[in-house]
Each structure stands twice: as structure tokens, then as C-alpha cells.
Design a protein. Structure first.
Length: 169
């Protein structure tokens, strides 16, 4: 029985996974050529990658220097392009705000005149002697204007919901 137990111990030792070989250590920035790794048993080559992300209206200073390397004044041309694009975007935003203000004023004026016309029509019917029919236009005008006011307040003045974008067929 002693022979069987020693055989079990040997088989356990043989089954144990081998230790991972340690990669050769080099100073940072030292190029690794195949000649360095020749003859080293279990040597492995490791590569490290780095990435960076930049988000902003202007490129990094290093990138602008590269533009100057490609053409004289390249960085200035890039900056001029960025400045013109920013001015264009600001002009579009200003026009959008001005158009929104104009539409709101137009809506207020149109609502005032529609309410005024409906009220005047109701008063004209009262003057003509049709008391029951006169309250219809007056109440309708008041209800519509109040409904628009409540709806507008509920939506924080954001206006009507936007239409979904058209999909090409």
C-alpha cells in the first residue's frame, strides 16, 4: 500500500500547473527587439497601449503645432475657422430666439383680437335682443383663451410638442 500512496503523491505533483514564466523587465521606453528575447525560455512580449480623448471647440496646443508643421499659419487658419463657425452658430441661435419672441407676440396679439371679436359679436347679439345666443360666443372665447393659458402654464411655456422627424421612404 505504501507504493500506491507514493504513486498518488507523484501524480498529484505532476498534475500541478506549471508556474507562469515572468516576462523580462525592461526600463520604460527601451525598445524590445527579438534579439533581446532570443534564448530566454518562456519569455513573452507584452505591449501597452494608451488612448486619450479630447472634446472641445479647439484642438490641443500640440495638435495646433502639427498644423503649423504642415503649412505656414495652419494653426491660425484652424482658429479662424473655429471662430467663424462659432459666430455663425451664435447668429443662428440669436435668430431662433428672435423668431420665437416674434411668434409669441404674434400669438398674444392674435388671441387678443380673436377674443375681442368673439366678445364684440356676443355683445352685438345681446344688443339685437338674442340674450341666449349671445353667451355662446362670449363663453367660447373665454374658455379657449383660458384653456390655452392653462395648457401653456402646464408645459412651462415650452410650446406645442415637436413633430417627429420625417423618415425617408
Amino acid at each position: 500500500m505504501s507504493t500506491a500512496s507514493s504513486d498518488d503523491e507523484r501524480s498529484r505533483e505532476e498534475v500541478a500547473p506549471p508556474k507562469e514564466p515572468q516576462p523580462p523587465r525592461f526600463a520604460e521606453g527601451t525598445p524590445i527587439s527579438p534579439e533581446i528575447l532570443e534564448g530566454q525560455q518562456g519569455a513573452q512580449l507584452f505591449a501597452a497601449f494608451s488612448a486619450s480623448f479630447w472634446s472641445g471647440p479647439t484642438p490641443r496646443a500640440e495638435e495646433l503645432d502639427k498644423y503649423n508643421g504642415v503649412m505656414d499659419g495652419g494653426a491660425n487658419r484652424v482658429m479662424e475657422l473655429i471662430e467663424t463657425q462659432a459666430a455663425h452658430r451664435q447668429d443662428l441661435e440669436r435668430k431662433d430666439v428672435e423668431a420665437d419672441i416674434s411668434l409669441r407676440k404674434l400669438g398674444l396679439i392674435a388671441g387678443f383680437f380673436l377674443g375681442l371679436i368673439a366678445t364684440m359679436g356676443g355683445l352685438a347679439l345681446i344688443a339685437a335682443g338674442d340674450d341666449a345666443g349671445a353667451f355662446g360666443p362670449i363663453l367660447t372665447a373665454v374658455a379657449v383663451l383660458a384653456g390655452v393659458f392653462v395648457w401653456w402654464r402646464k408645459n412651462d411655456g415650452s410650446g406645442p410638442p415637436a413633430l417627429p422627424p420625417a423618415t425617408p421612404e
